[in-house]
Design a protein around this ligand. Structure first.
Ligand code: HEM
Length: 538
């Protein structure tokens, strides 16, 4: 045994020394602890191939990169593993796979000054384990109160419609669409969150938003474009936070016109004593939503690409024609309108978000005492995450007879969140619901509850009317259960308005066939050739 440990130690020390070779980026802390760890063991030389591989890697890090960036973003990026999780049979993810800090470690520097979780400076529900959210997922319910579907038409819809009208004004026809979208996008983003738009948005605030999206889109931390934008985000983060803080004060003091038409207003009104949604958390949510709403970009691009006259998807185009030729806003007693069903099906096939990310518990601790890192004081922490897949779950033949057919009607034969009751759970064969059904009464003057299904899926009931979602694992684009996307219905409503505009104005999308289209960062992991434009059909 002793011999085995010695052997492992030697290898670890060699490995750490190897990381020390990363050059300017290798911290003194790393090097010192490596020296400490190796004091009692003889240095074994690294095989030449590894040494030269490390040397080659070192050479790929541009010399001007900041030391902290190398240590806190590049190294964690390469020490991170992502595993593909199960395709769930029920729309649930067990709490063993936690949301607590479930952010790829190299990205923490984008949202915190210290490059690591610092809950004392504010948290987002997106990165909170269920056990930290207050009773019955309270934090999520407060968040959700701001985006229940009843609010869309009176509060947010006009902002969205005006945005699309401006975006698709005739003067912008036959021009690259996505660059143009991004140029306006932050007007809509800040208008929805804080009621601020146009010139009232400072340059720094626009700049950090664009830089944030660029990092998420390019993702590779070794690229100069990623580095430059990451550092812009870090540079502007404190400015942004204090700007948001001041605007929240404006909302509270009535200095913003129609404050009830902002998302933040509902968060502030429903936060109670703030113990589960403090003001600093509202600030945090306001900019963490950069991640959430950035997905509208790739969803818009995915929609345009499928509807395009040349190279579009004939089944999607035919379904759009059929939906819009009927009474598309009339649900006729069904839980969803025809247009809503169409958008849901669009999201199932576009699947703009590949998987729900969870942090995992290190089972080495229970299996054999401790992780090698803990046991040998090895200072390089590994980071591992599980992704519960969306696309393959949405296309799983266990869930749908014809998963590859574009069929908006499919959601009429599977349960909604309002139908997943105690009885339904027992009918499935469970002894009880995984989540007790409870209600949170909103405190913003509406007669509205934020309730949940037996699977934990949160949804609204306003003036006695339920606004459920499809609570079926085969519909995966917005995730599952207690951690499912609260912005799902807002997103669907936004896309309904996008499609109404397209239909009403006879908008068509076409390839521009540009010789060298611009590269545009339109969403997480998505940099596209900006080669689609719009026109009007005769
Ligand atoms: C195309 C648009 C969007 C897509 C595809 C999307 C997708 C998702 C998915 C898959 C999750 C679950 C992640 C997980 O369980 O790990 C999620 C969570 C979340 N989303 Fe969205 N989202 C979108 C838009 C939005 C919008 C517009 C908002 C806010 C207004 C939002 C806010 C959130 C929040 C706060 C969570 C965390 C929920 C929780 O952990 O309880 N998202 N989103």
């Amino acid at each position: 045994m002793e011999q085995k440990i010695m052997k492992r130690r030697t290898i670890l020390k060699g490995g750490a020394a190897a990381v020390g070779l990363l050059g300017t980026g290798a911290s003194t802390a790393v090097v010192t602890s490596v020296e400490r760890a190796s004091a009692d063991t003889a240095q074994s030389p690294l095989p030449d191939q590894i040494l030269s591989a490390i040397e080659r890697f070192r050479e790929t890090i541009p010399a001007n990169f900041d030391r902290d960036y190398i240590e806190k973003a590049i190294i964690p990026f390469f020490l991170t593993s992502f595993y593909e999780g199960e395709r769930p049979l029920l729309p649930l993810i067990d709490v063993n796979f936690t949301k607590e800090n479930a952010l790829p470690y190299d990205l923490w520097g984008l949202i915190t000054r210290d490059w690591r979780p610092t809950p004392e400076a504010g948290v987002t529900v997106f990165l909170q384990g269920l056990e930290k959210r207050g009773p019955d997922n309270l934090r999520k319910r407060i968040y959700f109160a701001a985006v229940t579907p009843d609010l869309y038409k009176p509060m947010y819809g006009a902002k969205v419609v005006a945005f699309f009208d401006k975006l698709m004004d005739q003067q912008f026809a036959n021009k690259p669409f996505m660059r143009h979208y991004l140029d306006y996008y932050f007007d809509l983003y800040w208008d929805l969150h804080l009621g601020v738009t146009g010139d009232a948005i400072p340059f720094e605030v626009r700049q950090i938003g664009e830089a944030f999206n660029t990092v998420l889109a390019y993702r590779n931390p070794l690229l100069p474009i990623t580095y430059d934008n990451y550092m812009i985000v870090r540079d502007r983060l404190e400015f942004l936070k204090s700007w948001i803080d001041d605007r929240l004060a404006d909302i509270e003091n009535g200095k913003i016109k129609n404050p009830e038409k902002t998302i933040a207003w509902y968060w502030l009104k429903n936060a109670g004593d703030g113990s589960h949604f403090a003001k600093k958390d509202v600030v945090f949510e306001c900019f963490h939503n950069f991640v959430a709403l950035s997905q509208w970009g790739n969803s818009i691009f995915g929609t345009m690409s499928r509807l395009a006259e040349d190279g579009g998807d004939p089944a999607v185009r035919a379904s759009f024609q059929k939906t819009m030729s009927g009474n598309f806003d009339n649900a006729n007693g069904a839980p969803f309108t025809p247009l809503e069903l169409f958008v849901m099906e669009l999201f199932r096939v576009i699947s703009p978000n590949g998987g729900s990310i969870s942090a995992i518990h290190d089972a080495r601790t229970s299996a054999y005492g401790a992780s090698p890192q803990q046991r040998f004081g090895f200072p390089m922490e590994r980071y591992s995450y599980i992704s519960t897949p969306h696309t393959s779950t949405s296309l799983e033949p266990v869930h749908w007879k014809e998963p590859n057919v574009f069929d908006p009607q499919r959601y009429l034969s599977v349960p909604t969140s309002a139908q997943i009751t105690e009885d339904k759970c027992q009918q499935i064969g469970l002894a009880r619901c995984p989540f007790e059904i409870t209600n949170f009464q909103v405190k913003d003057g509406r007669k509205a509850n934020v309730t949940n299904s037996g699977f934990g899926t949160v949804f609204g009931v306003v003036d006695g009317k339920s606004f459920p979602v499809c609570d079926y694992a085969g519909f995966a684009p917005f995730g599952f259960g207690y951690r499912r996307c609260p912005g799902e219905q807002l997103t669907i409503q936004v896309f309904e308005d996008f499609l109404r505009k397209i239909w009403r104005d006879k908008i068509v999308f076409r390839k521009l066939n540009l010789a060298s289209p611009g590269q545009v960062p339109i969403g997480p992991n998505a940099v596209i050739d900006d080669d689609l434009g719009f026109g009007r059909s005769a």
